[in-house]
Design a protein around this ligand. Sequence first.
Ligand code: HEC
Ligand code: HEC
Length: 529
Amino acid sequence: MGSMTQRTLITVACLVLGACGEGAPAQGSDGDGSDSTGAGGPGTTTEPGAPTTTEANDSGVDSPTTGSSHGDSTTDGEPPPAACAMGYPIPGTEQVQGDAEAGYHALLNEGYVSCGIPFALFPIAAPLLGSFGEGEPLPGRTGKNAEVPYNWTVHTSKSSGAEIVSLNCLECHAGHFNGELVIGLGKADADYTEQIGGFLAEIPIPGIPIPGLEEMTRMAQRYQAVGDYTRMLVVGTNPADSLAAVLSTRHDAETLEWLDEPNTVVPDVILPVDTPPWWHTKKKHGLFWNGMSRGDHRATMIYASALCTDSVEEAEDIFSYFNNIRAFIESVEAPKYPFSIDDELAAQGQEIFARDCSCCHGTYADDPALETYPNMLLPLDTIGTDPLLAFEADARPFADWFNSSWYGDIGKLTTGDPFVGYVAPPLDGIWASAPYFHNASVPTIELVLNSKARPMWWRRVDYDSTNYDEEAVGWPWVELPYGQDGAPDDERKHVYDTTITGHWNTGHPFGDHLDDQERRAVLEYLKTL
Ligand code: HEC
Ligand code: HEC
């Protein structure tokens, strides 16, 4: 399958650049060296010279999979997993306050993405936009916005004065669960295997002058420029990180002016990302899976609208209401689990969670003031999940561009401080946000808690959000006997192939030592969060 070669390439890159912690990631660091992901999958082999155990093991204590080793006492006098000691708690920065209600209004009405489709053309354009044009309208929106899908916003272009329709943040940050659209839930069925740029080119343009047409030309030009680098391999993975990096090569850092030629080479690497739910944002000191958005979080939030922001003046205008949008995002609460919960089992799970998970993922309570969240960044060789995203974020020139740009005057992208890794996310409402890990490589939490049972090749049974697996806590899936190479053409984009670079499902062995009953208890407890 070539996975060996791909992994070797990463290892070499890591070693050369010294950016991946200690050599290669500890694939499936289950401590006993056994097969962690099924025959032939990633994790079955170990790179020459790669540590097979975590650093915690190197310090002579039990593997983190045993969940018990040395350390300070916590609940019930049980020691926390040794792996927690490898973490770095990211320090917080006080955030600028705003008005959440005004933020919600701005999120759904302001033209922070300034290019788009003329409103006059939208009725003929929408059906040609694939899944991008299919969303239902959002209840509560008024005027023309009540007529367009929830992920589009009608606004008056500041440059042309024409009414145009632009994609908004909900394109990725609203998703369906149990048949309902949930604002703030990442869109787990987003299809970025096809690009909107291709769809835009198909829109027939009538031979009459249409106000705002230049905004559509600009939008098409932008997607054409970013296109190749943002095509995902599998439905459910998101190109936002690639998009952000590529857009930086097309904007002057100081003036934000659009550059017809890229100012640097963009690595031709597919970076599949899972969109985290917005109800985690309020707890996080460093936003993004690798915790790199530090300081004032508005900097990266506003950069999410950078597709067509071509001047400092425009950026400042958008920035003027992002304190409110940030306040809105902070106000988003996790939904309540809509199905039944076995309270007794959940109580058992809570104890196991306190013992084996809390030191990384925090503690939870009905009263938010009683909750704790350590903001723990874990080095790649301790967490063992796919290293590509964190590694690329650190190795690419994007962070330097960002920090030297207008956006960098607001907040910073900090990678590799003190090491490259991933943050253990808050687990509020985690049952709603399958699939799991930063690359969406694991379909259920049951499998998050059992690295040895993860399928090498899988696909979702369907994308019906009412078809939910309450027992495994996640989306129903089937194992496949082939990966992307062997898949029939019409199925390929649904096949999650964990042998492909960036798509590994390795690591996070912290539930492996649990027996089935204990695992079920932890799963039940997570439904209460
Ligand atoms: C094309 C899809 C897409 C769009 C559009 C988008 N985002 Fe995101 N967003 C993502 C993905 C994917 C991530 C996770 C990136 C990572 O962690 O590396 C993310 C991360 C975030 C986070 C941090 C979440 C966390 O837990 O760390 C915030 C906050 C956020 N986005 C806000 C916004 C806002 C505000 C907008 C609109 C201005 C927006 N996003 C537009 C895909 C998108
Ligand atoms: C040593 C720190 C550590 C321990 C201990 C730990 N985790 Fe994690 N966990 C992480 C990190 C880091 C991630 C993110 C990994 C990634 O996405 O690459 C994560 C991810 C997860 C996720 C997926 C989150 C998402 O949004 O995709 C779940 C669920 C989870 N952990 C549950 C648990 C449970 C339950 C336990 C205890 C049995 C546990 N973890 C123990 C560090 C830890």
